[in-house]
Design a protein around this ligand. Structure first.
Ligand code: PLP
Ligand code: COI
Length: 339
């Protein structure tokens, strides 16, 4: 496609040729359908519109130097979507159907997969919504699963560079026993004000402590947190954070590199002790943290003293990207080839 400026893509929506849809009616999932319509025609009393029966996922397809198309860990996204479905009483979509839908939508939009050299990728956005009409607070009896794609560049302008974050205490993203571990739209609605405060003040994103005690680290906006010290990769254990597939992959790679891995509650004060820290997720892979400001307590945890990403974060980032683009072997079988 000669009219797409691959090197300067942002993380935004661009119309592509097709999306894939699958309807759940009469207690079962139907066939996958290829569709070129961008809009959905749904009932005004659909439960997704009123009671938040909405789940989504996010994953990416990459074009390799060898021209092959690779999708990173779609089975893990399928399983997380199933967990979300159990969390908000929606019917689970089988892993095989999920992966087939991903394959189909990527293949149908092949001309939108950025070339290897651009460093860009094709973002895949599956969503599952309650479409059946309800007025009482109950789960719907009909659902729609849709997958669309859009070519994206880096989530943060500047790519792999450090960013500042700010602790926000006045709003919680998710309650301790709420929906934080599920990828539901409501969590993102709850995060919008905190996110705006952070952005307006010049930060990359808001930084959440646990909602109950405000003592422990939860998440970096819409990404998981990790810290590095003493050859150890440390990431929060919490009942209100999304189980990030990027984080899970980085834990494995850290272990492969001979590091120790710890998943445990991380008190805020421990931020002082990290040699490096990062936010991780599909969109940014790793976004190294420059500093985390705690404005209420007039504190600033400076992590990247020289303002640059640390060597361990860089090594993890390069290793993960190499697997995603097919530059290096994939020893854990994470990549699904689309042929
Ligand atoms: N945390 C939140 C709240 C997210 O929205 C995301 C993005 O999906 C992540 C973490 C990172 O998860 P993953 O690595 O699976 O993209
Ligand atoms: C991520 O992929 O890391 C995200 O947070 C996706 C976001 C656009 C919801």
């Amino acid at each position: 496609m000669k009219d797409i400026d691959w090197a300067n893509l942002s993380f935004g929506y661009m119309k592509t040729d097709y999306n894939v849809r699958c309807y759940y009616r009469d207690g079962k999932w139907g066939e996958l359908e290829l569709c070129s319509e961008e809009t959905l025609n749904i009932h005004m009393a659909a439960t997704c519109l009123h009671y938040g029966q909405e789940a989504f996922e996010g994953l990416k397809a990459y074009r390799g130097k060898d021209g092959k198309i690779r999708v990173f860990r779609p089975q893990a996204n399928a399983e997380r979507l199933q967990s979300t479905c159990r969390g908000i009483l929606m019917p689970e979509l089988p892993t095989e159907t999920f992966c087939e839908a991903v394959r189909k939508v990527v293949k149908a939009n092949e001309r939108f997969i950025p070339p290897y050299e651009s460093g860009a990728s094709l973002y895949i956005r599956p969503l599952l919504i309650g479409t059946g009409a309800q007025v009482g607070v109950h789960p719907a009896n009909e659902y729609l699963f849709v997958v669309f794609v859009t070519p994206v560049g880096p989530y943060f302008k500047g790519g792999f560079a450090t960013n500042p974050y700010v602790i926000i205490r006045q709003f919680d993203r998710a309650a301790p026993l709420g929906t934080g571990t599920y990828k539901v739209g409501g969590n993102y609605a709850a995060s919008l004000r905190a996110n705006k405060i952070a952005h307006d003040a010049g930060y990359a994103s808001e930084f959440y402590l646990d909602a109950k005690e405000k003592k422990y680290i939860d998440e970096c906006g819409a990404a998981n947190f990790f810290g590095i010290k003493d050859n150890t990769y440390i990431t929060p254990l919490s009942t209100s954070i999304l189980p990030s597939i990027t984080n899970r992959s980085l834990m494995q790679l850290a272990e492969d590199m001979g590091m120790k891995v710890e998943r445990r509650p991380i008190p805020e004060e421990e931020l002082e002790t990290f040699e490096e820290a990062g936010a991780c997720g599909t969109a940014a892979v790793i976004s190294p943290i420059e500093r985390i400001d705690d404005l209420e307590n007039h504190k600033s945890y400076i992590i990247a003293k020289d303002g640059k990403p640390g060597p361990v974060s860089e090594k993890l980032y390069n290793r993960l990207r190499a697997i995603q683009y097919g530059d290096e072997p994939d020893p854990h079988g994470w990549v699904m080839l689309v042929e």
